[in-house]
Design a binder for this molecule. Structure first.
Ligand code: ATP
Ligand code: MG
Length: 466
């Protein structure tokens, strides 16, 4: 641990001297102040901990404490009081003091408490750095797109993020960025330092989803050996993201509605209410209105969720964003794969723009990922999207471009030949060959073994690093 700077504020030189002497042996960097004015002056230069006398000649110790906390909320303060005056101690702790010491001091006790406070400061700072790092990818700036409709979405997201607790409904087709927007709302809000927990409602059977969300009491059912806190409790003061909300079972819809209205719920098997402060963000790529009309989704829950709604437009409705997003993904993947691809040719940009993108931004992202991985020139060309849905959509065969010959084929033969060709084209690089064929690396390895393609190549062709 690097040297920690401790500021000792007391108007009595003898007290300062004894503290400095003792704490110096702990290896701390010690500075002194005899008045409030001096203390604030020193603190401005940056300190890790302040030992602050309650009674100072020019200012009340509590006032100095508040100023110090305003200056840097991470700086901890230990109050020094003349005797055990309970009122004084209570006031100091309420004003944000970390600890207190009463005179006359037991110097070993002082050293111990100083060490503890410094460790707390270190951990707090570390945590803050960690949180900043985690939150950075989900700032508003991470939502790409300058089209009018995306600008409207971003303005709305900014407003929603600054409203502390309101429930949000995000709708839009698959791959339009609903997950991303939910995270951006959380990490741009006052809740950013608290958990963001998500759950996909369609991924779990009803009973499991219920205990995941609301938790259960001990003995609530056979396997419930202990009490379990649900996501809502774990995310207290944070956000819970309920993905694919349209798929939530009716009984759970009722429980969720109660929670949204009363901010209270019961654990499964519980009899008392649990209160938490959680923002709920729900998302769906379904037509929720249609679900309401057909009775699959409760209308009262729908109205409760629909107060603040972010509708993410499909990519085909914001053509101008295609190039912006493509460029963004090219940069990201060229960095990740260390490939020197810098952009798109005009023809490639036009081809991407013309495509309908049924899978929206996710599909575009995948298309760019493949192209960057496989291309060996500076700018992506239409031919880099050859095997992709763009080419197929133009061919319009609906069969991915392969016609079955009248006499039929030997499927294994075709497979073997395609794998051999892919390896040929990528100079034996299995990762890139797998991408060409839409296979996972393990899948291509398995087939290479199966068809005995490995032995014949490897001695002749050393493989470039994957
Ligand atoms: N505007 C955008 N800017 C940058 N990246 C985006 C944008 N929109 C989506 N993405 C990226 O596209 C991918 C798909 O987005 P996301 O998972 O948020 O979609 P979704 O709407 O939740 O889809 P689904 O309905 O299938 O759950 C993610 O990798 C996401 O980061
Ligand atoms: Mg999603």
């Amino acid at each position: 641990m690097s040297t920690r700077r401790v500021l000792i504020v007391d108007d009595e030189p003898l007290i300062r001297w004894s503290l400095v002497e003792r704490l110096r042996t702990e290896g701390h960097d010690l500075i002194e102040a005899a008045t409030a004015a001096e203390a604030l002056d020193r603190a401005e230069q940056g300190v890790d901990l302040v030992l602050l006398d309650y009674r100072l000649p020019d200012e009340d110790g509590l006032v100095v404490l508040k100023r110090l906390r305003d200056l840097d909320p991470d700086t901890l303060v230990i109050m020094l009081t003349a005797h055990t005056n309970v009122d004084t101690v209570v006031l100091a702790m309420k004003a944000g003091a970390f600890d207190y010491l009463t005179k006359p001091f037991d110097l070993d006790d002082v050293a111990l408490r100083v060490a503890r406070a410094l460790e707390t400061t270190r951990l707090r700072r570390e945590l803050r750095t960690l949180r900043d790092t985690l939150a950075r990818p989900f700032g508003l700036g991470s939502v790409m797109g300058e089209s009018e409709s995306m600008q409207r979405v971003k303005t709305l997201v900014r407003k929603v993020a600054s409203s502390p607790g309101s429930t949000v409904l995000i709708t839009g087709e698959t791959g339009t960025g609903k997950d991303l927007i939910a995270k951006v709302i959380h990490y741009s809000s006052g809740r950013a330092a608290r958990p963001f927990l998500n759950i996909t409602c369609s991924a779990l059977p009803e009973a499991l989803l219920e205990t995941e969300l609301f938790g259960h009491e001990r003995g609530a059912f056979t396997d419930a050996r202990q009490q379990k806190r649900g996501l809502l409790e774990q995310a207290d003061e944070g956000t819970v993201f309920l993905d694919e909300i349209a798929e939530m079972a009716p009984t759970l819809q009722a429980k969720l509605l109660r929670f949204l209205e009363e901010k209270a719920f019961r654990r499964v098997g519980g009899s008392g209410d649990v209160r938490v402060d959680v923002r709920v963000i729900a998302a769906t790529n379904r037509d929720l209105e249609e679900h309401v009309r057909t009775g699959r989704f409760r209308d009262d829950l729908y109205y409760r969720l629909n107060v603040l709604r972010v509708e993410v437009p499909p990519l085909r409705a914001r053509e101008s964003d295609v190039a912006v997003l493509a460029q963004h993904f090219i940069q990201a993947f060229s960095r990740e794969f260390k490939r020197p691809v810098s952009g798109l040719t005009e023809a490639a940009a036009a081809a991407l723009k013309a495509y309908g993108w049924p899978g929206n931004v996710r599909e575009l992202r995948n298309v760019i990922e493949r192209a960057v991985l496989l291309c060996d020139h500076d700018r992506l060309e239409p031919s880099d999207f050859e095997t992709l849905p763009i080419a197929r959509s133009r061919a319009g065969s609906g069969h991915g471009g392969f016609g079955l010959p009248a006499g039929g084929v030997n499927l294994e033969e075709v497979e073997r030949s395609l794998i051999a060709q892919a390896l040929e084209r990528t100079g034996g690089n299995q990762t890139r060959a797998a991408v060409l064929l839409g296979l996972h690396r393990d899948q291509i390895r398995y087939r290479i073994e199966k068809f005995g393609l490995k032995e014949s190549r490897e001695p002749a062709m050393p493989r470039p690093a994957d």
